[in-house]
Design a protein around this ligand. Structure first.
Ligand SMILES: *Cc1c(COP(=O)(O)O)cnc(C)c1O
Length: 331
């Protein structure tokens, strides 16, 4: 059974002060193309320029900075599809803490290399994040502290600092599109946004293939959803059957969930490159996909998050070159 715990504005404001030394405050930029297309100002938050290439550093840093001395001495462990591992590795190294990252075979090589480059030890186990979790449990039994990728108050509060920055830059926002996978990101960001701008619409965007949180919300409870290969690989994985925070916060704070196709994701990566001058991974581009496809039609100033830029550059080259890239293995 999921219990319904949540975090609030005070936690997010506290996180903002805590992580300021390690984490960049990223910029927002008006997109002329997307504003033209939608008829409202559309702003991009350039979080792919964050250290380690994604927002995951925010939550990971907030979590590592709240460890006790005894926990720091024994080290941290994480299970990750890539960006959380990279962020956690960086946050741990900054603080002189040992870090082991466990991940599944589905994780692309560039993400594994990225984590190793941050100085963490990598263990590859099984074909899903749940398999990797078994190894994490073993290390926790040996005394390490597990820092989960999304369903944890420090992670949610850290990711929520994006919402505070958005409101400071753009106090008149009416619609915000945020990636949705495990929901740590959108839970924190929506909590911050809705505390500061009551009435703002927060729209979650996931990929059609393996949209775990969407399917769980439809079912009204956490459940197991098969993980599928997708261009939005950072959005893969389940929400956990013992989900304590993000299922309930997503239900209570997210106004709508939109799903985008593989072709729409590829078109959004292309758009980001050719029209916005940005190199974005598939997961980072789904907000653009939601607008270009017409699945979201904002009726006032809007913002979307470019959540990460860690894409295999050979894959990126093929996508922007117009090749009909299919990573699903189903055609
Ligand atoms: C992790 C991640 C997400 C989704 O975050 P959740 O908290 O799992 O919903 C979105 N984009 C990128 C690039 C990510 O790494």
């Amino acid at each position: 059974m999921s219990s319904d715990r949540s975090i609030g504005l005070e936690d997010i404001v506290a996180a903002q002060g805590r992580i300021a030394g390690t984490v960049h405050r990223t910029r927002t930029e008006l997109s002329a193309h997307l504003s033209d297309k939608t008829g409202v100002p559309v702003h991009l938050k350039l979080e792919h320029h964050q250290r380690t290439g994604s927002f995951k550093l925010r939550g990971a840093t907030n979590a590592v900075l709240q460890l006790s001395d005894a926990q720091r001495a024994r080290g941290v462990v994480g299970v990750s599809t890539g960006n959380h591992g990279r962020g956690l590795a960086y946050a741990a190294r900054q603080n002189g803490v040992r870090c082991i990252i466990c991940m599944s075979e589905l994780v692309p090589q560039n993400k594994i290399d990225g984590i190793k480059a941050q100085g963490a030890e990598v263990r590859i186990v099984g074909r899903s994040q749940d398999d990797a979790q078994v190894e994490v449990d073993r290390l926790v039994a040996e005394g390490m502290t597990m820092i989960p990728p999304f369903d944890h108050p420090d992670i949610i509060a850290g990711q929520g600092t994006i919402g505070l920055e958005l409101v400071d830059d753009l106090p008149d926002l009416t619609t915000v599109m945020i990636q949705l996978s495990g929901g740590g990101l959108i839970s924190g960001v929506a909590a911050a946004l809705k505390a500061r701008i009551p009435g703002i619409r927060v729209i979650g965007v996931s990929m059609e293939r393996g949209a775990a949180m969407y399917q769980c919300q439809q079912a009204g409870q956490p459940m197991i959803v098969p993980e599928l290969a997708t261009l939005a690989d950072s959005l893969g994985g389940g929400i956990g059957s013992d989900n304590a925070y993000t299922f309930g916060m997503t239900r209570d704070l997210v106004d709508e969930i939109v799903l985008v196709s593989e072709a729409e994701i590829a078109a959004a990566v292309r758009h980001a490159y050719w029209c916005e001058n940005q190199i974005i991974e598939g997961s980072g581009s789904v907000g653009i996909a939601a607008l270009l496809s017409g699945k979201v039609k904002p009726n006032g100033p809007a913002a979307l998050l470019l959540s990460g830029g860690n894409i295999d550059m050979v894959l990126h080259h093929r996508i922007i070159g117009g090749e009909d890239v299919d990573v699903t293995g189903e055609h």
